[in-house]
Design a protein around this ligand. Structure first.
Ligand code: ADP
Length: 272
């Protein structure tokens, strides 16, 4: 007899066969449900492993090709060696990025529910992040705007390092999925007892049918991706969603194809 049936047997000593049959039936339904969830999560895990292996194979194969090229031809011009090393450097960067994403997924899975949260001054956290993006030359061809009210004395319970990782992911995507002269805007507002932070871009946007899927692990929209867009492995937004969940907050997106996207983050304010 399982736990549920046992509980009923103890609660009601004068059990009839009918009571027991019902209890067993209910317990069986719960077990079937848990088993279904387990099978689904196992399936997702194998899919993740297959996708990761595929994503890792491509830069490794390219690197092998470059190394063989350098080893086979011993009279290469200095310029050719330099170009090849530069290409190899790019591929190593991709590998490093992929491995970091995977490490983040596994470490987030292994934190049970909690990460350490502390009161953080939202305005200074956002302005520091924004200023570092302004100084980063990879954003030089985008118009960056900061729309946080000047007087914004609110604190939120955050794990600053992880929260900045989410912001960085949203900004990197805003950059990846937009073109020179597009705008990227960072906004913050208070709604009831929550802070809502929004990252808007005027880039390519997302088709409505994909919006419910973009936070799934390894989901990517692969129609005509540019080389920069291809560096992703579809883990970024699912990592962002796990981090926001551990903040007891939320992440969601509104988007119009061809016009741009806004990603929202919500987090509870500290009492002040
Ligand atoms: P990726 O590594 O492919 O960028 P993400 O998990 O970060 O993976 O994003 C999932 C998918 O959502 C992407 O493949 C992309 O198609 C879409 N996406 C994410 N951010 C944006 C954005 N700002 N604009 C348009 N599409 C986006």
């Amino acid at each position: 007899m399982n736990y549920e049936a046992n509980k009923i047997a103890f609660a009601k000593p004068e059990l009839t066969v009918e009571d027991l049959t019902i209890a067993l039936h209910q317990a069986n339904l719960k077990l079937t449900e848990s088993n279904k969830k387990l099978v689904e999560s196992e399936k997702k895990r194998s899919e993740l492993l297959a996708n990761i292996s595929h994503d890792l194979r491509s830069p490794i194969t390219t690197l092998q090709g470059y190394v063989e090229y350098l080893l086979t031809y011993d009279h290469l011009e200095e310029q050719e060696v330099f170009l090849t090393l530069n290409q190899m450097h790019g591929k190593l960067h991709t590998l490093d990025y992929l491995l970091n994403e995977m490490l983040m997924v596994t470490s987030l899975d292994s934190f049970n529910d909690s990460i350490s949260l502390q009161p953080v001054q939202i305005e200074s956290c956002l302005s520091e992040f924004f200023n570092s993006c302004k100084e980063d030359k990879k954003y030089a061809q985008r118009r960056l705007s900061f729309r946080v009210p000047e007087y914004f004395p609110y604190l939120a319970m955050l794990n600053q390092k992880m929260f900045l990782r989410v912001l960085d992911n949203l900004f990197t995507n805003a950059l990846k999925y937009s073109s020179p002269n597009d705008e990227i805007i960072l906004k913050a507002d208070i709604y009831e007892r929550e802070v809502i932070i929004a990252v808007t871009d005027t880039g390519i946007g997302i088709e409505q049918k994909y919006l419910p899927l973009i936070f799934d692990r390894t989901f990517m929209i692969s129609d005509s991706r540019t080389p920069e867009q291809s560096m992703g492995c579809g883990l970024g937004l699912s990592i962002a969603a796990s981090i926001m969940e551990k903040h007891h907050g939320q992440i969601w997106c509104e988007s119009t194809l061809g016009k741009g996207s806004t990603f929202y983050l919500s987090s509870l304010l500290c009492e002040y």
